[in-house]
Design a protein around this ligand. Structure first.
Ligand code: GAL
Length: 437
């Protein structure tokens, strides 16, 4: 695994990290319609699962997990608690309110890495599941780097269910053919701008973009940073080992600003699923997005007309966005919760979920033949490429840095002011360093 061990070692000294709740500004968000679902979830033999998986592709994949659980645990009522908003932008705030009110669900979705440890494990919201790792033999069938990122101080705290590749670049084949654009197996930054100029001249937004959830700008920037500066600089920047006045970071911000000259005008009103829909419907050329976008392509049966490459320049690297589930302290139905985690770690559930979600199994023993050519391509990238954790999804960085990254990028996508952007990221890194010293 690329540099994950190093990332973990430097994290081990970060006991005093900023608490995620404060970073998210929680406290002002009520439980709203969750109240009635909460009541249902208090039932005798229930299992309440909390996630942000509400788009067509996400919901279908989540249902496959529920079906696998129900097959093994008939009679348990599954309560599906979702709060929509990509990357958990709303769900994570609602969850904090519930945790602080002593009302955890039976399990919740989280990324391994800093999101898991800083938001939930260190504040004391999670029970270790090390015994399940042992009894189910998970460490034998999952890459050590993933297990490490699901761990804190030698105990495991969540079970990874799927591995998303964050640096996908999706395109509409008909739009390309109609405009005489040939896309090969890879795409350089220059090749992207050449294609973008052709599409612009034809009146087509080259890049479908959205930022109403606030994570899409950071995601597109981190992909650009990876493509321009490479995986080592990318990791060093998010680990706080290289400063944001780095030349590669500046170049990446300049290129990101140039890319923003080719986007649809209504991006600030759109969700991530709207942006991939523009590509599916032939209203835009490309979309930079993690492969949950491919889950939408599959849910809409559009795979014939959608192609992919790595985000320009990032061939040879794989941005990790790994979804996992936890065992809460004070879970209302702890036995059901443990059985849920056992289901998630199983080969069968991972083989049912990931083909629908766009991700690949965290287990390495899954049957490759059950997966689409895209998934097989991603599996090969996972085995061979440099693996770097995502900052937009708080796997690489603290929740406080993630929030600052979102705020700085939301300003940048409008003002395109490179100096201010890099200065804001430098300030956030400095605050992080101080908080963890
Ligand atoms: C990510 C998550 C994915 C996908 C995406 C959009 O944070 O890991 O599973 O759901 O958000 O909502």
């Amino acid at each position: 695994m690329y540099n994950l061990t190093k990332a973990m070692t430097s994290r081990a000294s970060r006991r005093g990290v900023l608490r995620g709740g404060a970073a998210l500004g929680i406290g002002s968000i009520g439980l709203g319609p969750l109240g009635s679902r909460l009541a249902a979830a208090q039932g005798e033999d229930a299992l309440e699962i909390f996630s942000w998986w509400t788009s067509p592709g996400e919901a279908k994949a989540l249902q496959a997990l529920f079906d696998a659980f129900t097959a093994a645990n008939p009679g348990v009522e599954v309560v599906n608690s979702t709060v929509s908003g990509g990357a958990g932008v709303n769900a994570k705030a609602v969850l904090q309110t519930r945790l602080q009110g002593g009302q955890p669900p039976d399990s919740w979705q989280t990324h391994i890495g800093r999101e898991l440890t800083d938001l939930y494990v260190i504040p004391g919201n999670c029970e270790p599941i090390t015994d399940l790792y042992q009894s189910e033999g998970w460490a034998d069938v999952m890459p050590a780097g993933l297990v490490e990122q699901a761990s804190w101080e030698s105990e495991q705290y969540s079970i990874p269910v799927g591995v998303h590749r964050g640096n996908g670049f999706w395109y509409n084949k008909t739009v390309m053919a109609d405009n005489g654009i040939e896309v090969g197996d890879t795409m350089s930054v220059d090749e992207f701008f050449a294609a973008a100029d052709t599409l612009k001249a034809a009146g087509v937004p080259a890049l479908a973009f959205s930022n109403n959830e606030g994570f899409q700008g950071p995601q597109t920037f981190e992909n650009t940073l990876l493509g321009v500066a490479g995986p080592e600089t990318y990791n060093a920047l998010f680990l706080g080992e290289t400063s944001w006045d780095d030349q590669g970071a500046r170049e990446a911000a300049e290129i990101f600003a140039r890319m923003l000259d080719y986007v649809n005008e209504d991006f600030s009103a759109l969700a991530w699923s709207d942006a991939i829909a523009l590509v599916i419907e032939g209203k835009a050329g490309f979309n930079s997005m993690g492969d949950w976008a491919y889950g939408e392509v599959l849910a809409k049966n559009a795979q014939e007309n959608i192609g992919w490459v790595s985000h320009p320049g990032s061939t040879g690297s794989f941005v990790l966005v790994v979804d996992s589930f936890t065992l809460p302290v004070g879970a209302p139905h702890p036995e059901n919760a443990r059985n849920w985690l056992i289901t998630l770690g199983s080969k069968e559930a991972q083989e049912a979920f990931n083909p629908l979600k766009g991700s690949i199994p965290a287990r390495t023993d899954a049957n490759r033949d059950l997966f689409t050519p895209y998934h097989q391509w991603s599996m090969d990238s996972f085995s061979n490429d440099a693996l770097v954790p995502s900052a937009a999804h708080s796997q690489a960085c603290s929740p406080a840095f993630q929030q600052a990254f979102y705020d700085a990028t939301t300003a940048f996508v409008t003002d395109k002011d490179v100096d201010t952007y890099l200065a804001m990221l430098a300030d956030a890194a400095a605050m992080d360093a101080e908080a963890t010293a």
